[in-house]
Design a protein around this ligand. Structure first.
Ligand SMILES: N[C@@H](CCC(=O)N[C@@H](CS)C(=O)NCC(=O)O)C(=O)O
Length: 237
């Protein structure tokens, strides 16, 4: 097996952006913590020469690579299906991916605005305020930007134009996660970002992705992940 992915075994989380890329590339990989419950991941976080600060991280060809966008940059270099060869296009894709990582952090902060180590129930009033601002200002700003990038290539194009890249897979995951977490806000936004919403459905229909989503390897969204559904954080019903 070429790759070993280390990530929390019970959630999609940030690891899902890597899983989607590995699945789309039809790469052989082990999702190690789902086999051993996290023992080896804990050991590597403690003892590795280049320890990740936090999962996900990937072991590949003697490297131990952390940071989701960094892992995707690496995979893109080794799988032509995931990223273009051209340096300018690769850097642009990486830039988009880093921006997706910023959005993921802001999604996380809607339910944990005060402290990641605190229970949601202990920061609920702050979460309600943070989520309202996220829905009103931040989410439309990120989505407006993604929509502009997609629309620039016309209908039924991909982020970089003619062929999908790991960036499209990540945008799929963003839309899927936010539909789970903020169903009412997402319905409100759908008409304004039709390329982005259609991209979600087109990625879900890619044969290798469709097969993955249908398999037991795809963990269901749940209330321990980054995308969570708390009704009071969504648009008022
Ligand atoms: N910027 C990093 C963030 C990694 C991260 O925050 N991982 C979470 C799980 S999704 C974690 O385990 N965090 C533990 C911590 O920050 O102490 C990435 O994109 O990979």
């Amino acid at each position: 097996v070429a790759y070993a992915l280390f990530y929390w075994p019970e959630i999609q989380g940030r690891g899902e952006f890597v899983r989607l890329a590995l699945e789309y590339a039809s790469a052989a990989y082990r999702d190690v913590s789902r086999e051993d419950g996290g023992t080896e991941m804990a050991r590597l976080l403690r003892d590795a020469d280049t320890p990740a600060f936090a999962p996900p991280f990937l072991r590949a060809d003697g490297h131990l690579i952390g940071q989701t966008a960094n892992i995707l940059l690496y995979l893109g270099r080794h799988h032509a299906t995931l990223a273009p060869r051209d340096e300018a296009a690769r850097l642009w894709l990486h830039q988009v991916q880093l921006t997706i990582a910023d959005l993921v952090q802001e999604v996380h902060d809607t339910h944990h605005p005060v402290g990641s180590g605190l229970y949601y129930e202990d920061q609920r009033p702050e979460a309600v305020r943070r989520a309202a601002d996220f829905r009103a200002h931040r989410l439309p700003k990120f989505f407006g930007w993604f929509e502009r990038l997609l629309a620039a290539h016309g209908d039924d194009a991909w982020l970089l134009g003619d062929t999908p890249s790991y960036g499209d897979l990540s945008l799929f995951q963003i839309v899927a996660g936010l539909r789970y977490g903020f169903p009412r806000a997402m319905r409100r936004l759908e008409r304004r970002h039709r390329h982005l919403h259609r991209l979600h459905d087109r990625v879900a229909a890619l044969p290798s992705i469709a097969a993955y989503l249908d398999s037991p390897r795809r963990i269901a969204f749940n209330q321990d992940g980054i995308f969570r559904h708390y009704d009071e954080l969504d648009d008022p019903g």
